[in-house]
Design a binder for this molecule. Structure first.
Ligand code: NAD
Length: 389
């Protein structure tokens, strides 16, 4: 009888896992069910673009049904409520699914570190809906400025200068002057501030490239406040540890991520930031029939640091889980997770980026931007969506 594989989440990890498993197996061997709360797959690595109106929603979303086409993967649009790993059953908002093998690829959620008011009074950038909300809010600030001349409407704060924060700041630096002109707002009244707790932006990244990024963004009017954590947010005010306050109507929080609660609630072993511990084959520790992949899991690299929660790592986890589910079904030798690290590139706006490529090469400017673009197209080709982009 065909084994039933349920894959929760159609992000980078879950979607690639479903497509790879589809390739490896026949319909007689396996029934594959992919569950996702939206009917579209999101290109999360591009969300900074719709957040400022540089791209549209349709440019960063792909219909899951059209990616799956005639493949044997069945798509269920629903929200995961809980997992009962003893009964081998997943409760969804509208139904229940039993499984032989389970893949949890539910991603991550925003980490607020318990900072008062942060969750209530900030925007986040983890989905296309959130990107839309940011864009509408920014437009509204600029559109209504002439009515009350509140300067806080023209001050835009991004909390956190990791890759997400810097990519968003770069996009805002390009687009705010364009939007100001559109709404007849004096450009010199606009303030774009990036607050970072660590002593440098892009903590841990190559110092020479960080310096290139900082200079480029400062030249476009970005003000950095570094070595100063955000400690509280109230409506209209961001408080810093230094005691300074920033009057603003727009606080966008990109200060970090944590695993989704459903994983720990199901009893899987997690680390302090809610990500599941997995073995070398990406299976939840102590569960030989459950794979946990993507941002929902925690894996240490040979250098002793966790692999970062990136699309690049997630897609390779998806491939590895698919191979290991197939190997388990066929009683074959499983493959250890050993990703190829291609480097990391952060865009600094629409035509510029910085990045490390492979282990040694550094890239900046237009070349680095093309590398980032190429990785997007490579991914689209992998999921068979190139023609739609
Ligand atoms: P992150 O955890 O990498 O960065 C968050 C930043 O916020 C850190 O620099 C941290 O010091 C800062 N911070 C935390 N608390 C703060 C506070 N109270 N006040 C001010 N600053 C504070 O999170 P991210 O940027 O969302 O990235 C998550 C992962 O996704 C990372 O692994 C990143 O590399 C990856 N990513 C990669 C790309 C890319 O490859 N282009 C793009 C986006 C994200």
């Amino acid at each position: 009888m065909a084994k039933k594989v349920v894959i929760l989440g159609a992000g980078y990890a879950g979607l690639v896992c479903a497509l790879e498993l589809n390739k490896l197996t026949t319909a007689q061997e396996v029934e594959i069910i992919l569950v996702n709360k939206h009917e579209y797959h999101q290109l999360v690595t591009q969300l900074h673009e719709p957040a400022v109106g540089a791209k549209e929603e349709k440019d960063v979303t792909l219909s899951i049904n059209s990616i799956l086409g005639a493949k044997k993967v069945k798509f269920v649009k629903d929200v995961v409520v809980s997992i009962d790993n003893e009964a081998k059953e997943v409760k969804l908002e509208n139904s229940k699914l039993s499984y032989d093998y389970l893949v949890v690829a539910l991603g991550s959620e925003t980490e607020y570190f318990g900072i008062p008011g942060l969750k209530e009074y900030s925007f986040t950038l983890k989905s296309v809906n959130q990107a839309n909300r940011i864009r509408e809010h920014i437009e509204n600030c600029l559109k209504t400025y002439s009515q009350d001349k509140k300067d806080s409407k023209l001050t835009f704060v991004v909390g956190g200068a990791g890759f997400t924060g810097i990519e968003l700041v770069g996009e805002l630096a390009d687009m705010l002057p364009v939007l100001a002109q559109k709404h007849n707002v004096p450009k010199d009244k606009i303030k774009l501030i990036n607050v970072e707790a660590a002593p440098m932006i892009l903590p841990g990244f190559d110092e020479e490239l960080v310096s290139v990024a900082k200079k480029s963004l400062e030249a476009r009017g970005v003000q950095f406040i570094i070595g100063t954590p955000v400690v509280q947010v109230e409506p209209g005010i961001v408080h810093l540890k230094s005691g300074d306050t920033i009057p603003t109507e727009t606080m966008i929080w990109t200060g970090g991520v944590r695993g989704v609660p459903v994983v720990a609630e199901a009893g899987f072993e997690t680390e302090p930031r809610g990500r599941a511990k997995v073995d070398e084959y990406m299976r939840a520790v102590g569960h030989e029939d459950v794979w946990i992949i993507g941002d929902s899991c925690f894996v240490l690299a040979p250098n002793g640091r966790p692999y970062p929660p990136t699309a690049q790592i997630s897609t390779q986890m998806g491939e590895n889980a698919a191979v290991n589910i197939y190997s388990t079904m066929k009683h074959m030798k499983k493959e250890k997770f050993d990703p190829v690290l291609l480097g990391a590139v952060a865009s600094l706006g629409r035509k510029e980026a910085i990045g490390s490529i492979g282990n040694k090469m550094k890239a900046k400017g237009w070349l680095a931007y093309r590398v980032k673009d190429a990785s997007k197209y490579r991914y689209l080709a992998k999921i068979g969506a190139l023609l739609k982009s």
